[in-house]
Design a binder for this molecule. Structure first.
Ligand code: IMP
Length: 193
């Protein structure tokens, strides 16, 4: 089965590509001729995820899946949440975003956080959603260089290294996106039988 991953985020594409079995072939937005910005206009991660998949289906009529994700920090009432990509402003800069988290977390004593991801799959016009989360802690100094976004300040539960100190394979075994993606893969396995 051929499926388009509706993302312009090269890191996400690489992560998902690394998780792929040979059950389906991944195509990119570029390959289906979509070079435009996909709208994300909602206030929740599931709605934005749905909107991205719907946009691709409505405009390009290809089977696809989209993901929307974010970091939720307990002491910040769930922020940056759905605004994770542009928490510190429209420049969407990961360092600026982390600096703002560190500033807002200074003086707090609850470091609990979680990453969440919701994948929306559209197959022949029918929509399905799969979610995943990984709990962990925020640290107030950046550690590591791998990956993207808030990786350097997030330590997943049961570990003592940040996501940015883990290889893509290691992170791929436990991340929110990996967990949502595993559900999608399971669904597709049964769907194609
Ligand atoms: P999206 O592309 O609208 O889903 O943006 C999600 C944002 O959440 C990203 O730009 C990152 O800032 C953050 N994020 C989501 N997943 C991860 C991750 O696996 N590591 C680090 N940051 C992430």
């Amino acid at each position: 089965m051929k499926l388009c991953f509706a993302t312009n985020n090269q890191h996400k594409l690489e992560e998902v590509q690394a998780m792929l079995g040979d059950s389906f072939i991944l195509t990119t937005l570029k390959e289906i001729g979509c070079e435009e910005e996909i709208p994300e206009t909602h206030d929740t991660i599931p709605e934005n995820s749905y909107e991205k998949a719907e946009f691709v289906w409505n405009n390009y009529a290809v089977n696809c899946f989209a993901d929307d994700s974010g970091l939720e920090i307990e002491a910040l009432d769930g922020a940056p949440g759905v605004h994770s990509a542009y928490y510190a402003g429209p420049q969407r800069d990961a360092d600026d975003n982390m600096d703002l988290v560190i500033k807002n977390m200074t003086g707090k004593d609850n470091f609990n956080a979680r990453f969440v991801a919701v994948i929306t799959l559209v197959l022949d016009g029918k929509f399905y959603q799969f979610d995943g989360e990984i709990k962990g802690k925020i640290i107030l100094e950046k550690r590591g260089t791998y990956g993207f976004g808030y990786n350097p300040i997030f330590i997943p539960e049961g570990h003592n290294r940040t996501f940015a100190e883990m290889t893509m394979e290691e992170k791929g075994g436990l991340s929110h996106r990996a967990r949502a993606f595993a559900k999608l893969e399971e669904f597709l396995k049964n769907y194609t039988i």
